[in-house]
Design a protein around this ligand. Structure first.
Ligand code: NAI
Length: 331
């Protein structure tokens, strides 16, 4: 099948081409993000492969349907950027990669927590300048702290396991339909969202972004959280009201924020803007705090994850071409 691969970078190219030796699909790699302005580039393809910041809203899906696109294959787990109702109406199948490597993101969240809490990046910068002073670098033990997890699926349960067994933290978690067996197996306790918000020393977000939970971390929830708590977001930027985070950091209520995602990341992330003037005062204010660490949606980026993603999307494309059922299809 001819597949237009939007937002593709060298690492996608390499991993997908290598895996395609077993599949033989006709792949067209495009640097551009999928938007209403670029959708026409899919002309001649029967499927598009997209990533987290590509826009598959109603308008874009209409254009794709007009071009004869029958399949949208997301090379990620989250699918908040696709209008599934419209895709269904247009008879476009949508598939994603539900679990390519939960370890990649869970381990990265742990890395972000330690970098923030133990001020590792500040320490590294000091030593580069022959500054061996430890003043201002005091952190906390994670051991015996209460770690609250919001969303306990593939990634959240690996993160819970590391926090419980690796750090000896007291892990509490919330998800809409708790799974007592999972909690027992991993060694954490399910509780209400309120208890997670109000009693955690560290809160890590591992749920998808939906219409219902947009800005679930907002001025009101931040005010109810423990003074000095750390917030870790490797999930989706839209879960967090960034302006409220800035306000809470300025009030010295939120103790620190570690984020790999940002609610307005679409036009910025995955590109080098080192020579540009960034026209986003909220982001620039946020990253200026000494107790904020920020990366550009890199939590998924391991060799294992890239290889599993390539295998999963190419297999789904082959199955769709052969008219087979795809168990994880969203539409
Ligand atoms: P999953 O589908 O396995 O688990 C999601 C969990 O969130 C489930 O337990 C579900 O019940 C729960 N949940 C759903 N709605 C909720 C709500 N309103 N409040 C609390 N919990 C809720 O997904 P997985 O694979 O664990 O991924 C989680 C998220 O991580 C993805 O949706 C994606 O947004 C993000 N992600 C980020 C990456 C990165 O590179 N930064 C890479 C991969 C995923």
């Amino acid at each position: 099948m001819r597949v237009a691969i939007f937002s593709s970078k060298n690492y996608d190219h390499h991993s997908i081409e290598k895996e395609n030796e077993h599949y033989g699909h006709d792949l067209v790699f495009l640097n551009e993000r999928l938007t209403k302005e670029t959708a026409e580039k899919a002309k001649g393809a029967e499927a598009v492969c997209i990533f987290v910041n590509d826009e598959a809203d109603a308008e874009v899906l209409e254009i794709l349907a007009g071009l004869g696109i029958k399949l949208v294959a997301l090379r990620c787990a989250g699918y908040n950027n696709v209008d599934l109702d419209v895709a269904k109406k247009l008879n476009i199948k949508v598939v994603r990669v539900p679990a390519y490597s939960p370890y990649s993101v869970a381990e990265y969240a742990v890395g972000m927590l330690l970098t923030l809490n133990r001020q590792i990046s500040r320490g590294l910068k000091r030593v580069r300048e022959n500054n061996f002073s430890l003043e201002g670098l005091i952190g906390h033990d994670v051991h015996k702290k209460t770690v609250g997890i919001i969303g306990v699926g593939h990634i959240g349960s690996v993160f819970a396991h590391i926090m419980t067994h690796g750090f000896g933290a007291n892990v509490i978690a919330y998800k809409p339909h708790p799974d007592p067996e999972l909690a027992k197996k991993v060694g954490f306790r399910f509780t209400s969202l309120d208890e997670v918000i109000e009693t955690s020393d560290i809160i890590s977000l591992h749920c998808p972004l939906t219409h219902e939970n947009h800005h679930m971390i907002n001025e009101e929830t931040l005010a109810r959280a423990k003074k000095g708590f750390y917030l870790i977001n490797t999930s989706r930027g839209g879960l967090v009201d960034t302006k409220a985070v800035i306000k809470s950091l300025k009030a010295k209520h939120l103790g620190g924020y570690a984020a790999d995602v940002y609610e307005e990341e679409g036009p910025l992330f995955f590109e080098n803007h080192a020579d540009d003037i960034i026209d986003d005062d909220i982001l620039e204010r946020l990253i200026a705090f000494p107790n904020v660490i920020f990366t550009g949606h890199q939590a998924f980026l391991t060799k294992e994850a890239l290889s599993n993603i390539a295998h999963s999307i190419l297999q789904d494309i082959s199955d769709a071409e052969a008219g087979k059922e795809i168990p994880d299809a969203l539409v």
